[in-house]
Design a protein around this ligand. Structure first.
Ligand code: SF4
Length: 80
């Protein structure tokens, strides 16, 4: 399991993340969020403008999404 944090204040709606990990989706505001119904998504919470999600399975796609995000809006952290 690993934790994904998405800072929507930093997100520019470029959507480089969506094509690398389909657990990221565009919301009604035109910014990225996490689809709570997507396979491999265990939990999604909102804390202000931050989306905090727990993912299960392979960390590779989420890591690629984080690396591709120009404003570094995505942080991926392995859970201890
Ligand atoms: S790649 Fe980064 S800036 Fe672009 S939509 Fe995803 S989180 Fe937002």
């Amino acid at each position: 399991m690993f934790r994904v944090e998405l800072d929507r204040e930093a997100c520019d709606g470029i959507f480089a993340c969506l094509v690398r990990d389909d657990r990221f989706v565009e919301d009604d505001a035109g910014l990225a969020t996490v689809d709570p119904t997507a396979e491999g998504v265990v939990d999604v919470e909102r804390a202000g403008e931050r989306v905090i999600a727990t993912f299960d399975g392979d960390v590779e796609d989420a890591t690629l999404a984080a690396r591709a995000c120009p404003p570094d809006a995505i942080t991926v952290r392995e859970e201890p």
